[in-house]
Design a protein. Structure first.
Length: 145
């Protein structure tokens, strides 16, 4: 008796393998879309934070400049002035940030921005929770030539 390839005991055994391969391919495609969406949201938050930091760096403390002049050609920044400039910048842009903070050490300001976003297929990868995107931007006050 001759044995044939693909005997009755092996019929249909490739179907689970094909289904698993399709499932993995679908998850990879959906994961790529979700990762791209998260990346674009991060870039959006970073752009907003960069603009706010530049606005804050240009908000020199005029009273300090008039009172004591320029120290080594650097415009002085205050925390209150930087926060006011950041708030104005964010209000004008309609950015929808969940939180932000601005700190300064004198000539440099650092702004931290946070937004919670819903990404594509977040229900699958994040269990329906929003993704937190945080960006940090720093800028120095312009110097006098």
């Amino acid at each position: 008796m001759r044995e044939t390839v693909g005997s009755a005991g092996e019929r249909g055994s490739s179907l689970p393998l094909v289904l698993v391969c399709w499932l993995v391919a679908a998850l990879m495609a959906l994961g790529g879309v979700a990762a791209s969406d998260a990346f674009l949201e991060q870039r959006s938050v970073q752009a907003v934070c960069d603009a706010a930091a530049l606005a804050a760096a240009n908000a020199a403390d005029e009273a300090a400049v008039y009172r004591s002049g320029l120290d080594a050609g650097v415009l002085p920044l205050t925390r209150a002035g930087a926060q006011a400039a950041v708030a104005d910048s964010l209000a004008a842009g309609g950015t929808g940030l969940d939180s932000w903070s601005a700190e300064t050490d004198g000539p440099e300001v650092t702004v931290t921005c946070t937004r919670h976003v819903d990404i594509a297929f977040g229900w699958l990868f994040l269990g329906g929770e929003p993704l937190e995107r945080t960006a940090v931007a720093s800028a120095r006050a312009p110097t006098v030539p």
